[in-house]
Write a protein that binds this ligand. Structure first.
Ligand code: PMP
Length: 424
């Protein structure tokens, strides 16, 4: 069982005074069950320590960046070596070209690469390039898909004007008719179809793309002269050593990357096909830190591990073991789980739990046992996890289900309902 939380409580009280809302964005724990720590002190491999030194096996992996383990020695060595040579300079280092070559080599649809800092930078650039390329405005997106936190896409509408959201038409993921209807509604103004690599929306079951949906998106873009964008910021490198839609045999014109590409060092990327090169060269985008060399050196090392290790098969196998273990433990105590999505990107919801009351209560029991899970966002398996770690998590799950059963029906989390309404 994890211990104290006095340091976390003290930091939160101070944060209330100097950080708006105490914390903001996806790393605010206000949408997580009470008891989740807000502040952390260190991380190594698959483990994370909170500000009070409680240790957790971390299935959030920093919300995605941790692919090979926190503090990975070879990746961090490459980072430090480049940092000591020169990092944020008056211009980029040669490593930028080496990294662009490595990404173009790895990702089959890509002929060029641009680098930036956050996934939102990359998706916003994709939007601009599609509009520049076509001279049109309208984009088709799947309802509920996350593409970042800029005014055109942030999920909460506070501070956003209708004009920021103009020229967007929504369709249902994996629904070919709905996609076709959205494209029809765009008339002769379609600039792009944005596609999530899988449906990995918050609060709902995940879904792989059907080949029909992915192919139809490609055909519709071709027929209209629009660009197809796959947003691989979260799933990139976790499902394939290529763009995630290589798994359904569809090549986008643009793909967006971030999170895992430098194993946690700040870097994101936009990759593109030849057809979009001129438009990409024509938009003006930049940032003070976009050309920093050390994260690029870390990314280059990450990509060599992607090419040369069995990290992908390993995370898939460990994810499979976790899923099976959790299912068996749940069934033993009379609970039904809905575990959806690829095993290496698991999302876990409970049957008959629309308000997420059981999910929240179970996650709290897991947290007490040193396992950090998320009750409504997809999680991540990292390559630093071992079979022993998975066995620990399954054993904790068994005890957590027993505790949940003994406690009786849990109360629905009140603040979650308000937050979900704000996002709707
Ligand atoms: N697209 C997807 C699919 C994402 O998951 C995210 C981040 N969760 C983003 C875009 C935005 O990335 P960032 O938070 O780095 O701006």
């Amino acid at each position: 069982m994890t211990g104290t939380n006095s340091m976390d409580r003290a930091l939160r009280a101070r944060a209330e005074r100097v950080i708006p809302g105490g914390m903001y964005g996806h790393q605010s724990v206000r949408m997580l069950p009470d008891g989740y720590p807000q502040f952390f002190s260190r991380a190594r491999g698959a483990y994370l320590w909170d500000a009070d030194d409680n240790r957790y096996l971390d299935f959030m992996c920093g919300y995605g960046p941790n692919l090979f383990g926190y503090g990975h020695e070879a990746i961090d060595r490459a980072y430090v070596a480049q940092m000591q040579e020169g990092d944020t300079m008056t211009g980029p280092a040669g490593v930028m070209v080496r990294l662009a070559e490595a990404m173009v080599e790895l990702v089959s649809h890509a002929d060029w690469a641009m680098f930036c800092k956050n996934g939102t930078d990359a998706t916003t650039m994709a939007l601009m390039i599609a509009r520049k390329h076509t001279g049109r405005k309208t984009v088709v997106l799947a309802k509920g898909a996350y593409h970042g936190a800029a005014p055109w896409c942030t999920p909460v509408k506070a501070g956003v004007t209708p004009e920021d959201r103009a020229n967007q038409i929504f369709c249902e993921y994996n629904d070919v008719e709905s996609l076709e209807a959205a494209v029809r509604a765009a008339g002769d103004d379609l600039a792009a179809i944005f596609a999530a690599p899988i449906k990995h929306d918050a609060f709902v079951d995940q879904m792989a793309p059907t080949p029909e949906y992915a192919r139809r998106a490609r055909e519709l873009c071709d027929a209209q002269g629009a660009l197809l964008v796959v947003d691989d910021v979260r799933a990139g490198l976790r499902l394939a050593r290529d763009c995630s839609w290589s798994l359904v045999g569809v090549k986008p014109d643009l793909s967006t990357w971030g999170k895992a590409i430098a194993n946690g060092h700040p870097l994101s990327a936009l990759l593109g096909a030849e057809a979009a090169r001129e438009a990409a060269a024509g938009i003006y985008v930049t940032g003070s830190y976009w050309f920093s060399a050390a994260p690029m050196a870390a990314a280059l090392e990450t990509l060599s591990l992607v090419r040369e290790t069995d990290y992908l098969e390993r995370t898939q196998r460990l994810g499979g073991l976790l899923r099976q273990g959790f299912d068996e433990a749940a069934a033993r105590h009379g609970f039904g789980l809905r575990q959806t999505g690829p095993a290496e990107l698991p999302l876990i919801l409970f049957e008959d739990d629309p308000a997420l009351a059981k999910g929240y209560a179970w996650c709290v029991e897991m947290l007490k046992r040193g396992i950090y899970l998320h009750p409504w966002h997809n999680m991540f398996i990292c390559a630093a996890m071992t079979e022993a770690d998975i066995a620990r998590a399954v054993e904790a799950a068994n005890d957590a289900f027993a505790a949940l059963k003994a406690a009786g029906a849990p109360e629905p989390p009140v603040q979650l309902a308000a937050m979900r309404t704000a996002r709707a």
